[in-house]
Design a protein around this ligand. Structure first.
Ligand SMILES: [Zn+2]
Ligand SMILES: [Zn+2]
Length: 896
């Protein structure tokens, strides 16, 4: 016997209950025993500092849909969860806490500081994972990993040592991006480039041995203190006579040569380029080619060094002001132009980045990039949508060596030691206690830690147990698909490709599905500074998690950014309620149903054949769309089918049979099919709306166990029935046409009307005859008449009617013309007056909108969205007016 559902669906009442049930029942756990085909997704590990934002919500909802689907389809599905230690971000959080206590990390010391971070991680680092649980994520929590846990740390060390031994990790002087606030090197990707209003300064460098000067243009005059040459293009006719000349550096008076370099642009500034190897990437390269020395004039804190002469100790920006003043006073500043200066900022703290030369650790990436490039070109890893391939190729082709050392304390400390006795550098899997070269035990470990992305680059295989040859690694690597946003395509995806191919000899994933960003309703990127951030937890609270998840899936159109609309989330909450009510109706009508015994062998009715046939089609479409990551289309197919075909039509059409107490066999059969359809719908919907489907599932008669463990519906070709579908299309079109006619003609909802059919052929006539009861019931028809059919049986009409009655409204559907005589049903004169009034009202609105849009003042001052809204209004008013006009003409004609 069926249990009845609560009258109203309350998501908050059931969500936590079912999540706990799934987890306790071990339903999230992969078996990893080879008994089923593998399916694996590694989660993009959220930062331990993170809390769930809209991007996570989308990303993880899509993954969960795939995992739940594949699990139900019989795969051994593993969703590998975990978190990232997020080096700089986490260190910043704890440093801020220390600052609030009036302390800093130096006072604490390295060991105590790192301990403090671990303590913080233990207390607050798991918040985001709990939020993922709230979202319904079916991760295998028994396998949860952390980029700094013992296993992953071992993998990191192994990779570092192997790359070092292969000569792919080296230490070198290199120009790097440096954040003077965070006191660390930044990878190219961690620098945000944003143009800033500034100036281009034209500075004269006097010739040392004759009269005259060369003028260079720069946006950063303070760096001239570190100039070691001025370079011109060898082809530049303006400077032929200066080749080989010597200049006197302004302010400092140091002598520097004029050199030629083919990479100097003839267009920028004066065509003469000051070369500052220690503080500019481009100049650093020139200096390498030309063997120029570098002079470091800015230090790690952004202060001028001893080399800066009298400016020593000044902040770099204060120095800029001072030096400009000095140049002006000595007549060496030729002119100043306003200029948009491209400035790099630290992605964490927004401080202007300073290019500095320092000793850093690098990965020689070229060797690793080549196989990663080829794997995508050869289709071994597919990027979806394919439009991302070009950026991937560009990046992989122009890739520079990866600076992996960071001057912070929180992270994987680089496993390198320097022997203080003989200077030997040791890189080792185990912490060494003495130097293998000289035997001294005075060893100093490298103080830098590794870039956070170094450990996350290993995520697909380190989480599966590498470097050990675990059964999990064998079964689940390469993983099936990676689901990610495009903003970490290079930070993370590209590096996983390189590391996976190098250490596993195989791509880390067969497919990468790259989804869009979630923007605010106006299409703006959500950001704290704009104050337009919407918290996913608020939405789950307000609309229920299922409705929120379904919305995200329905929004996720391939390659298009998402504009979050609360209105639509509200719409999907209504959808959840619709499903609830349909299930409640079903269960109430299954109260006397006993699941025992084989299903009734009665043949399906046409209505049942139709819904079963549609169910097969819809099942096929959903699976196909999900397999190609068209989440929005899958969601939409499901929504349309459930709302319109199942709820609006099927449940209405079967009522007479379901209520037929006189024919228990027919009722039992109807119940049986209804239960089958509902069961299939719940399973189809489960990956999108896990909670509500479980709640209903558990109340279905004859069900045991979780819906998570039930099989996903499969197509049964035997149930495909195009003839039944065509037949029901005609019936539904007919009922819809009659309903529309009633609506258009303003027929009171309670009044039943006579209807006349003129069938196009015998076949449609037969169909309409077979479904007359449904038509009468659902379209509120009093009596059905047939025109021109001289048959006694036809709809039971005793006499032959040759023409439709006068004053009939008419509609056409494929197969028949439908007439509804309106005499006596509506008052034509009153209707005409009503329409006249309505048209006048709308006419006024229309004129008002027209006036507004003709007003140039309004157009100039109003925000673009207000204007476009007004245009939409105008459009909708004129459409309404046109409709009313046509309708009034129709009424006039009917009045005769
Ligand atoms: Zn910074
Ligand atoms: Zn030594």
């Amino acid at each position: 016997m069926a249990e009845i559902l609560d009258k109203v669906y309350d998501p908050q009442k059931i969500e936590a209950k079912w999540y706990a049930y799934w987890e306790e029942s071990g339903l999230f756990q992969a078996r990893a025993d080879g008994s089923r085909p593998p399916y694996c997704i590694v989660i993009p590990p959220p930062n331990i500092t993170g809390s769930l934002h809209m991007g996570h919500a989308l990303n993880n909802t899509l993954q969960d849909i795939l995992l739940r689907l594949k699990r139900m389809q019989g795969y051994d599905a593993l969703w590998m969860p975990g978190t990232d230690h997020a080096g700089i971000a986490t260190q910043n959080v704890v440093e801020r806490m220390l600052a609030a206590e009036g302390r800093d990390r130096y006072a604490l010391g390295r060991e105590a500081f790192v301990e403090r971070v671990w303590q913080w991680k233990g207390e607050s680092g798991g918040r985001i994972l709990n939020q993922l649980k709230r979202l319904g994520c079916s991760c295998d929590w028994s396998r949860e990993r952390f980029t700094m846990d013992a296993g992953l740390s071992r993998a990191v060390r192994e990779v570092f040592v192997r790359l070092y031994e292969e000569g792919l990790i080296y230490q070198g002087d290199y120009i790097i991006n440096w954040c003077p606030r965070c006191q660390t090197a930044l990878a190219d990707l961690e620098v945000e480039h944003e143009p800033q209003d500034g100036y281009l300064y034209y500075i004269k460098y006097p010739l040392a041995d004759r009269e005259g000067a060369l003028t260079v243009a720069t946006t950063r005059p303070e760096t001239l203190l570190g100039d070691t040459a001025v370079a011109v293009n060898p082809e530049d006719p303006r400077y032929l006579k200066y080749h080989g000349a010597t200049l006197r550096l302004p302010v400092l008076g140091r002598k520097i040569p004029v050199i030629t370099d083919p990479h100097v642009s003839l267009e920028f500034g004066t065509g003469a380029l000051k070369v500052t190897p220690a503080h500019d990437f481009h100049d650093f390269e020139i200096a390498r080619r030309q063997n120029l020395p570098g002079v470091k004039v800015i230090d790690e804190r952004g202060m001028m060094t001893e080399e800066a002469g009298k400016y020593q100790g000044l902040d770099r920006f204060v120095c800029r002001e001072k030096i400009v003043k000095d140049l002006k006073n000595s007549g060496l500043l030729e002119k100043t132009e306003r200029y948009s200066v491209p400035v790099g900022h630290c992605y964490r703290c927004k401080t202007a980045v300073e290019p500095l030369v320092s000793k850093q650790w690098f990965v020689a990436v070229k060797t690793l990039a080549e196989p990663a490039l080829k794997a995508v070109q050869e289709g071994r890893t597919k990027l979806i949508p394919v439009t991302w391939e070009k950026s991937y190729y560009d990046w992989m082709t122009n890739i520079r060596d990866w600076c992996i050392s960071r001057q912070i304390w929180w992270g994987h400390r680089i496993p390198a030691w320097t022997c203080n006795a003989c200077g030997q550098v040791l890189v080792s899997r185990e912490d060494p206690d003495k130097c293998p070269h000289c035997g001294a035990s005075d060893l100093a470990q490298e103080t830098d830690v590794l870039d956070t992305w170094f450990s996350s680059a290993l995520w697909p295989f380190s989480t599966l147990g590498w470097p050990d040859a675990t059964p999990e690694l064998k079964l689940f690597y390469p993983t099936t698909v990676l689901v990610t946003a495009f903003d970490i395509l290079f930070f993370w995806v590209a590096r996983m490709m390189m590391m996976g191919l190098h250490f596993m000899g195989e791509v880390p994933f067969h497919e990468v599905y790259i989804h869009a960003l979630v923007r605010d309703p106006e299409g703006q990127k959500m950001s704290k500074s704009k104050g337009n951030v919407i918290d996913p937890l608020d939405l789950m609270e307000a609309y229920g998690t299922d409705a929120f998840r379904f919305s995200l899936a329905a929004f996720a159109a391939m390659g298009r950014d998402i504009r979050l609309s609360e209105e639509r989330i509200g719409g999907y909450r209504n959808f959840a309620n619709k499903v609830w009510n349909a299930a409640r109706f079903t269960l109430m009508n299954l109260e006397d149903y006993e699941a025992a015994g084989p299903p009734e062998a009665l043949p399906l009715t046409v209505v049942e054949s139709w819904i079963m046939s549609r169910l097969q089609q819809v099942t096929g479409e959903i699976v196909e769309r999900l397999d190609s990551y068209d989440f929005d289309q899958a969601a939409n197919v499901l929504y349309q089918f459930i709302w319109h075909e199942f709820c609006d039509w099927y449940l209405e059409l079967i009522k007479p049979q379901l209520y037929d107490k006189d024919d228990p066999g027919a009722r039992r059969h109807c119940q049986e099919v209804l239960l089958q359809v509902l069961s299939a719908i719940l399973r189809l919907l489960h990956p999108f709306m896990p909670f509500i489907t479980e709640e209903i599932w558990q109340k279905l008669p004859g069900v045991s166990g979780s819906i998570m463990a039930a099989p996903y519906p499969q197509i049964d070709e035997n149930l495909s029935n195009p003839r039944a579908e065509e037949e029901m299309r005609l019936v539904m079109a007919t009922i819809t046409a009659i309903r529309n006619l009633r609506g258009e003609m303003n027929v009171p909802p309670a009044s039943q009307v006579d209807t006349y059919f003129q069938s196009a052929d015998a076949a449609s006539e037969e169909i309409l005859n077979r479904h007359r009861q449904s038509i009468i019931l659902l379209a509120k028809v009093k009596k059905i008449h047939l025109i021109g059919i001289p048959s006694e049986e036809a709809f039971g009409t005793p006499t032959v009617i040759q023409t439709p009655p006068p004053a009939s409204a008419k509609a056409v559907v494929a197969g028949a013309e439908i007439f509804i005589p309106l005499t006596g049903v509506i008052d034509f004169k009153e209707e005409d007056r009503r329409l006249a009034r309505e048209m006048e009202k709308i006419g006024k609105e229309l004129t008002q909108a027209q006036k507004k849009l003709a007003n140039e003042d309004f157009l100039a001052k109003a925000p673009a969205e207000v204007v476009s809204k007004e245009k939409e209004r105008l459009q909708s008013w004129s459409e309404k007016l046109a409709k009313l006009k046509t309708h009034r003409e129709r009424i006039k004609k009917l009045m005769g």
